[in-house]
Each structure stands twice: as C-alpha cells, then as structure tokens.
Write a protein that binds this ligand. Sequence first.
Ligand SMILES: O=C(O)CCC(=O)C(=O)O
Ligand SMILES: [Fe+2]
Length: 207
Amino acid sequence: MQLFDDCELFDEGIRRFVDFQLPGTELRLWEQFFTKAESDKYFRILKETTPWQQRTRKMYDRVLPDPRLTAYYGGSNGFEWTTELLDIKAKVEAECGIEFDRVLLNYYRDGNDSVSWHSDYLPADGRHHAIASVTFGETRIFKVRPKQHAGAETLDIPLTHGSFLLMGETMQDLYEHHIPKTSRKIGARINLTFRISEPGKPVYYVN
Ligand SMILES: O=C(O)CCC(=O)C(=O)O
Ligand SMILES: [Fe+2]
C-alpha cells in the first residue's frame, strides 16, 4: 500500500508522507523526516556512544540472547537523556503533538538481527499509548499484521534512513509487528521507539 498523498518540499528533496489507513488504529510514516546529514550524524553518534546491552530472555527452559542490542533511556529507570536523544524527541513531538517520556533503542548489527512478532509492552497504567518509531541506518522491513491474523494480509513497510513511523494508541491492542532477518549483506540499523509511561511508576521493559 503506497499512499504518498501529502508531499512537501524538503531541504534535500521530497518528504513523503503515508497514512496506511489501518482499520481501528493509526499508522503514519514520514520518510526523510530527518535530513540525510542529520540522519548520518545521529546514526554515527548513537552507534558509537550508546551503552549497548545484550539482553537475554527465557524461552521454555533455555536462556537465549536477544538477536539485537538495546539501550533504554528516560522513564524512572532508564539512562539519563542525551542532547541528541532530546533533540530527536523534540522534533518528533513537534510533528505529532504527543509528548514522550522514555525511549528504547534497538541496534540491529546486520541482517541476522531481528525482532520476532510481538505487540509492545503494556505500560504500568494498563493502557496503550502512541509510540513514535525513528530509524537511522540500513533499511529493514517492518511487518504488521492483525492479532487475529488468520487469512489476513501482512503489511510490509520499508523503514528508511531518517524515517519516522507513528503507531496510534490502539495499534498494540489490535496489531503485532516484526522485523525479519534477511540474508542480504547489509549494514547496521538503529531504531528508536519513543514511548509514554505512567509518571512515577517503574517501567519493566520487555518489548
Ligand atoms: O526496529 C523496529 O523498527 C521495531 C522495534 C520494536 O518493535 C520494539 O522495540 O518493540
Ligand atoms: Fe515493538
């Protein structure tokens, strides 16, 4: 589905906007939301200065490393915000009019890194909020399908360098998403998901 219906001139070309018009929720994509120069700078700084962590999770009776590295900022138990993360957050907030208070960074080192089908973790206040997803680096396919997916189509969205994807409040209730592995010889990708938690409550992040 390609509905580039609201193009505006951007300093390095055309900023393309897509509203995927998903039933029951909002899913909107701004490509080249950050300029090439900004995106290159943020990719380099985040790659080099983030204290990337290798998380593990228990699968049945085995403890397996997540196929990606992560770092968590803000909220009540994340790292201290950096200038760059606050700048990225401010630009996203100005566009969508929503304020976020924490961000999860994912570092996909190559095509072998991935995230399996899931919906994002329910915040401590028991209700889902909008999530803003920003990508720097290699393009990866973001797949979306309804939770009731028998017979349903999967939406494949290439998330490009400098793009901003906004998932609406009900997205996690109704849909799940996934970044598949790829055998293509590709470089690294960094994804940031800005989230909202109930103020004052610790966030036990999983996804
Ligand atoms: O890398 C992405 O685009 C998605 C990451 C994700 O789904 C998550 O961290 O929950
Ligand atoms: Fe997710």
